[in-house]
Write a protein that binds this ligand. Sequence first.
Ligand SMILES: Cc1cc2nc3c(=O)[nH]c(=O)nc-3n(C[C@H](O)[C@H](O)[C@H](O)COP(=O)(O)OP(=O)(O)OC[C@H]3O[C@@H](n4cnc5c(N)ncnc54)[C@H](O)[C@@H]3O)c2cc1C
Length: 307
Amino acid sequence: MTLAEQMKTVITEGQVLENEPMKNHTTFRIGGPADVLVCPGTEEEFIDGLKWCRKHLIPVYVIGNGSNLLVGDKGFRGVIFKICKTMDALDFEEIEGNGQLRIYAGSGIMLARMAKLISAKGYTGLEFATGIPGTLGGGVTMNAGAYGGEMKQVLQSVRTVDMEGNVLELTKDELKLGYRTSRVQKEQLIVLSAVLEVTKGSVDEIMSEVDDLSRQRKEKQPLEYPSAGSTFKRPEGYFAGKLIQDAGLKGYRVGDAMVSEKHSGFVVNTGEASAKDVRQLMKDVDAKVFAEFGVHLEPEIRMLGEF
Ligand SMILES: Cc1cc2nc3c(=O)[nH]c(=O)nc-3n(C[C@H](O)[C@H](O)[C@H](O)COP(=O)(O)OP(=O)(O)OC[C@H]3O[C@@H](n4cnc5c(N)ncnc54)[C@H](O)[C@@H]3O)c2cc1C
């Protein structure tokens, strides 16, 4: 039996895809085949799949919407679990007396969808997330943020599972959320679901803020090209995009990978860029910025698989 056939005995409600090109599952539109890609139908099935892989020593990686990922051209040997648009339950309750809304959400829900829905109900706190093209799970792991907002401000607790299948509930403080980092990321935990809290506000003001942030993104970000968002983390005291621009690298290319001409903090795929092109370009950019300003740029995007 092939690995995919074996996985199909465990994953009966979800989808099991063999030799699946990862460029179909990343916003960069880059990445070779995963031996097997599984979209679990339910949380229980996901945990069973995880335990099965552990027992059979099969390498595993978990992704959401692939909006912060660079997957190697030779793909991934093992099983990739994609938690996106499944495990996406959403429920909420008003907390009596203090004007707050408690949200219960599955990790596969798209952040932007949840944020728009909650904003339109007149609750403030998630406006920053309306333009982030990732899942709640990816957002918790990366402590996603924008325009002064971040997941840390709204998260209350998170249910996680470790690679052995043990479920662990973490409070806000136990999550150790920092700039684009979290305990979930450091300890390779997987987010199953989360509880968030937002505050009652004025629908008009909230929706006007949402529109304003959306306009700013369209104006400043190269949304017309595939990318994985900001390529590098913000070095303390600097802006990565400004350093790259000041180093004269706007429009710098390796193959079809290019430093965006609209926003130097983004590397974009202008056609058929390979993962190798992107990685080389990132190395060149870091070297040039270091030579000019003595500052190293740390990747924000996560890399996986064989290059
Ligand atoms: C055009 C564009 C704009 C963007 N703007 C922003 C922005 O303003 N702010 C910002 O912070 N980011 C931004 N991003 C990056 C990205 O959308 C976020 O980092 C997002 O949170 C990633 O979510 P994802 O589901 O796509 O995760 P993926 O890219 O699939 O995975 C990213 C990491 O999270 C892990 N992961 C995914 N799901 C889970 C889970 N359930 N449990 C545990 N780990 C998991 C993966 O293993 C991986 O390490 C942008 C990206 C693009 C393409």
